[in-house]
Design a binder for this molecule. Sequence first.
Ligand code: 13P
Ligand code: SF4
Length: 377
Amino acid sequence: MVKMETAELETDLSLFKYDNLEQLPPRYRDLDGAERTERIEAALEELGDDVVILGHNYQRREIVEHADFVGDSYQLSKQAAEADAEYVVFGGVTFMAESADIITDDDQTVILPSMEASCPMAGMAEALQVDSAWAEITAAAPDADIIPITYMNSYADLKAFCASQGGLVCTSSNAHRAFEYAFERGDKVLFLPDKHLGENTAYRMGMEDQIVEWDPWDPEGKDADEVAEHDVVLWDGYCQVHERFRVDHVEQIRADHPDANVIVHPECRREVVEAADKAGSTATICETIENAAPGDTWAIGTEIHLTNHLQRWHPEVNVLPLCGDACMDCNAMRQIDPNYLTWVLEELVEGRERNVIEVAPEEKDLAKVALDRMLEI
Ligand code: 13P
Ligand code: SF4
């Protein structure tokens, strides 16, 4: 297998990757809902085809109702690749906007309305940290070809690192295909940063006895012998929103609603996925509810905004949050509020670009290789 040389990777270990972070001007802070909608619509009218708004399924209602396209991470990256608007305004989190910047042409500009929308899980695998772990992991299995796969929920420098080592990106909808890609080319996989998606995928592939965890923060949690003996090495990262779901939530829902079906996101713990009837990306969750028969009951284990959207979009289906009031919203996704959207759009009308996401050129080309490999599998 041909491996490219490791890229020069630079990482500042801060939560916010961009130094052009701009806060909402005070005059936008207390906009009235109706006035705000009118102003967003007026700005969109003015901007016409120059702008496209992409919205992740976890965005709040006031964002998704203005989006040209709403979907999961995979669908949004495809939409970004196909977009020909000059401006792509991303209702999502930093890693999604970065991916859009990598995939779009150089003359297109990606705007993340609030630069504070940073996914904590992406921050759990910093490229510098992975670089040093990589040296330990490869030394543990010197004869093996190890392919790194990073979940889309990671920063561009880590995507670039994975490409440099023959690896690729995946989302929750194609992680199994990324595993297939990797095992066609190598002997072992290092999966980052979400250990639950990695574990759920390994189970789906029948590789449950091949799993070992690598805890970069715990010297005891890094066992070279274990790495040598197992083919799926899982980085110890996780999503706080999805780790919250437990098996007793599934049991309680089934006790309270004996006819309920349960669907969860594969970022949930293994035992929760096992207890559920179905697991899948946010797009799979949407399709499942779209295809449900009127009167069916589905309990959903994912970020609460999506569950709320599905209740609104499909009143004929009984859609329940899997853990009731304890279901969380995603703090990072929540940073994109409609006041920010109003501001960045009105600034564009005035010819000013705010909160532009621009991946460093030295990371961009390699990160694109990792994303293109994903789009091709
Ligand atoms: P999807 O790829 O399923 O949309 O998930 C993205 C995400 O961030 C889940 O937490
Ligand atoms: Fe990150 Fe979890 Fe939020 Fe998804 S739901 S963006 S993984 S924190």
